[in-house]
Design a protein around this ligand. Structure first.
Ligand SMILES: C[S@@+](CC[C@H](N)C(=O)[O-])C[C@H]1O[C@@H](n2cnc3c(N)ncnc32)[C@H](O)[C@@H]1O
Ligand code: SF4
Length: 446
């Protein structure tokens, strides 16, 4: 039987090429999502999932390549689920993310930005300073795997190198396998969480059984050899504690603001400190904080934006759902001599109301950096505030988002119900080669 050759027209959110089979009358028919295919290409494919209106497939033959196609840098790209776009030229990846953002804003929020900002760039490789690696003992092969999951699978990829981890961490992937294999609890340690600081790299070993004295010796000699700090985690993240060597401090800096941020390896921190500097600098630049301003930093984490904001504003109020993080933010503010201008509180912002906002007092400007779920309750509270206390609305909001669809939903509420206009929006290339889209939007009160 002759192969069907498909024209790929676009890329979906998971970086799969999208094409349509032709109906008998020539009109576009069933949608085919083809892994590995790019817009403008002609491909043959093998379907591995068939539904009534669509099929998921893998590219088998590339008949006509796109001019944007590049050779993936990583030898594990076909198998490892950590990256989905290494076959697409990096600037085309960003252009595609920009389109995803604009499409979402329009289709979900029914809003167009007044100005599309130039993408914000960081390093393309070696950028992932935080990672959770899975550990599996494969009894059949009597081997240990340490790595990300395979594409579409719960299996751990057999990776000996990684181009998005910092080189010194990638170099430890094979030694880590040998290390785990040498421990008595090799089959009771499901993950290793990595956090890279400016002076030290921490590795948090999740252990389900106690270590023996011999295990401890093996871990200590690995830490000495690779210059890392071990942490042990026996249950939830709050049980993570430094093990060896003690006395090392994990931190990153924001030199433009003279700020140093100590953190724990299980705390939320932005994935890369270089692009984080770009992100914080740009957000503050867009907020245009004045020395007399009172500013809110909502979903403030450990104070990543709060402390730089405090170097410019009269007062900054950081609000965050995790007590561990607000406590960290408080101690970071003290350590940076900014505690007089900052205050922090723990609050569930998914339930915030207009009354809560009235109680918090007027803010001149607001920074919002929510998790993937977005900030629906908050923007609804702002919409309600417009009706009850319009004088209390902040005149400018900068919204940092890791999900274009929830940003678009919230942008719709802010523009259609709360009296704001979407002045600017753009993408931040925070996660090159993956389909994650990080973006930033500026709303002005009209
Ligand atoms: C994308 S992070 C941003 C953190 C911080 N702005 C930064 O740059 O490091 C989102 C933050 O929202 C917090 N969070 C998640 N759900 C929350 C909720 N329901 N209420 C308040 N904060 C929440 C998380 O703990 C996390 O610190
Ligand atoms: S996550 Fe690392 S190992 Fe996996 S494909 Fe990306 S660069 Fe390669």
């Amino acid at each position: 039987m002759q192969d069907t050759i498909l024209d790929i027209k676009s890329l979906d959110m998971d970086a799969r090429g999208v094409g349509h089979l032709a109906n008998e009358d020539g009109s576009p028919g069933k949608v085919i999502f083809v892994e590995g295919a790019l817009p403008g290409e002609k491909v043959s494919f093998h379907t591995f999932k068939k539904k009534k209106n669509w099929e998921a497939a893998r590219m088998t033959v590339l008949h006509k390549p796109s001019s944007m196609r590049v050779e993936p840098k990583c030898p594990h790209f076909d198998n490892c689920g950590g990256c989905s776009m290494q076959h697409l030229e990096p600037s085309a990846q960003v252009a595609m993310k920009q389109r995803v953002l604009e499409d979402n804003l329009w289709h979900i929020g029914k809003v167009k930005p007044g100005n599309v900002m130039r993408p914000m760039y960081g390093p393309t490789w070696g950028y992932r300073y935080r990672a959770r690696l899975s550990v599996r003992h494969v009894a059949k092969k009597d081997t240990v795997l340490v790595g990300f999951h395979e594409k579409r699978s719960a299996f751990v990829a057999d990776m000996s190198d990684c181009k998005i981890l910092p080189p010194h961490v990638a170099a430890m992937l094979l030694p880590l396998r040998a290390l785990v294999g040498a421990l008595s609890i090799f089959d009771q340690m499901p993950q290793i969480e990595i956090a890279v600081g400016e002076e030290t790299t921490a590795m948090v070993l999740r252990i389900m059984a106690p270590l023996t004295g011999a295990d401890e010796t093996v871990l200590k000699s690995f830490a000495d050899q690779w210059n890392i700090q071990w942490w042990l985690q026996t249950k939830g993240p709050e049980t993570a504690a430094p093990f060896y060597p003690l006395g090392k401090e994990l931190y990153y800096t924001l030199p433009e603001f003279g700020v140093k941020m100590p953190f724990k390896p299980v705390d939320f921190t932005q994935v890369n400190h270089h692009i984080n500097r770009v992100l914080v600098g740009k957000a503050l630049n867009l907020l245009e904080v004045q020395p007399s301003d009172r500013v809110a930093d909502l979903f403030c984490g450990l104070g990543n934006f709060t402390l730089p904001l405090a170097t410019q504003a009269r007062e900054v109020v950081g609000i965050e759902g995790s007590t561990t993080l607000t406590e960290r933010a408080l101690s970071n503010a003290r350590a940076n001599g900014l505690s007089e201008k900052t205050s922090f509180s723990t609050r569930n912002l998914f339930e915030v109301t207009a009354e809560d906002l009235v109680e918090l007092g007027k803010f001149d400007r607001m920074l919002i950096d929510p998790p993937r779920d977005g900030a629906m309750a908050l923007v609804q509270a702002l919409a309600a505030l417009r009706l009850s206390h319009p004088e209390m609305l902040p005149k400018r909001i900068v919204y940092v988002s890791c999900s274009p669809s929830t940003l678009a939903r919230d942008a719709g509420i802010l523009t259609h119900e709360a009296g704001y206009q979407l002045s600017k929006a753009g993408v931040v290339n925070m996660f090159p080669h993956t389909s994650h889209v990080e973006s930033m939007a500026v709303f002005d009160l009209v």
